[in-house]
Design a protein around this ligand. Structure first.
Ligand code: BDR
Ligand code: CA
Length: 303
């Protein structure tokens, strides 16, 4: 039986690839996609999600979520994802429209009405998930786990110590990481083990379908100097399809919300120095070739 999931995202080039990977997989059944402001403003990323689904011809409910972080001002990632959010690609066709339900209401109903526990794949700032937990704590018992792209054991891509998704809304991240929901975290430690080179992009470009051409065009925008630094958002999806791709250890993880220089840092206690509860399973290693093959085969399966 396939696993029911909700994807909470901010497409976003790598978000789009993560959604494609999930759509193509037999192991996952996407019940709902929710959007959260991050890489771009909420209107744009919600439209991007609908256009992406139109492009691959897959109808899934898309519910619009938070337009800004809980307490902080919104920070966009235009340099990485471009003005459109898909690099320099603009998808035109729009077959589907946004849900009447808000992201929080749609998530709540989907989770509470599901016979099987729901897994949430969170690949943007964690604002929606924090609002969901605070508004409807009764959902927690029917959430199987959160598979998250965010954070890092060491180093950041937004500041010297903070990764983008956590940096944008650290207050939300703290609520989520402290919630008691089982969390698996895919941070920069693993995503930077998946650089993509020109030949990896060309392999996708020449698959011979329109999804491959679209994916490659987006990836061209991500390509800086001689490579794409890392492939982020497909990781938490790939883990649900094949967990054996990753080496994972349980750790205590705290979120820095107030630090003068360290806002959004994920403080990962790999050596259990604090003795605090191990609230997160942290991915430390990934098999690069296998995950890139998985992505390639997923794109090949689409139109
Ligand atoms: C994360 O930040 C976003 O720009 C990407 O989509 C990814 O979710 C990587 O730090
Ligand atoms: Ca993202």
């Amino acid at each position: 039986m396939s696993r029911p999931i909700i994807i909470d995202c901010d497409p976003g080039i790598d978000d789009a690839l993560a959604i494609m990977l999930a759509i193509a997989s037999n192991e996952l059944d996407i019940k709902l996609i929710t959007t959260c402001a991050g890489n771009q403003r909420i209107e744009k990323i919600t439209l991007n999600t609908l256009k992406l689904l139109s492009f691959v011809d897959k109808e899934i409910e898309v519910a619009k979520g938070a337009d800004k972080p809980l307490f902080k001002d919104l920070i966009l990632s235009e340099a990485a994802h471009g003005k459109s959010g898909f690099g320099e690609v603009e998808l035109e066709e729009l077959k589907f429209s946004v849900s009447d339900r808000s992201a929080i209401e749609a998530m709540k109903d989907t989770i509470l009405n599901s016979e099987q526990k729901i897994t949430i794949v969170a690949i943007g700032p964690l604002t929606n998930i924090a609002l969901l937990i605070k508004s409807y704590p009764e959902v927690i018992k029917n959430i199987n786990q959160l598979s998250i792209m965010g954070g890092a054991c060491t180093g950041g891509n937004c500041t010297p110590v903070a990764e983008f998704n956590i940096y944008v809304d650290p207050d939300a991240a703290k609520i989520v990481f402290d919630s008691g929901i089982p969390i698996t975290m895919f941070g920069l430690d693993v995503t930077h083990q998946i650089p993509m080179y020109k030949e990896d992009i060309d392999r996708i470009r020449y698959i011979g379908n329109k999804t491959g051409q679209f994916a490659a065009k987006m990836l061209d925008f991500y390509f800086k100097e001689d490579k794409i630094e890392g492939m982020h958002d497909p990781c938490p999806v790939a883990y649900l399809i094949d967990p054996s791709l990753f080496t994972i250890i349980p750790c205590n993880v705290e979120i820095e919300t107030k630090g003068e220089f360290t806002r959004g840092q994920t403080v990962v206690d790999k050596l259990n120095q604090t003795g605090k509860p191990q609230n997160v399973k942290v991915a430390l290693e990934v098999e690069r070739e296998k995950i890139l093959d998985m992505l390639y085969n997923a794109i090949k399966k689409l139109k």
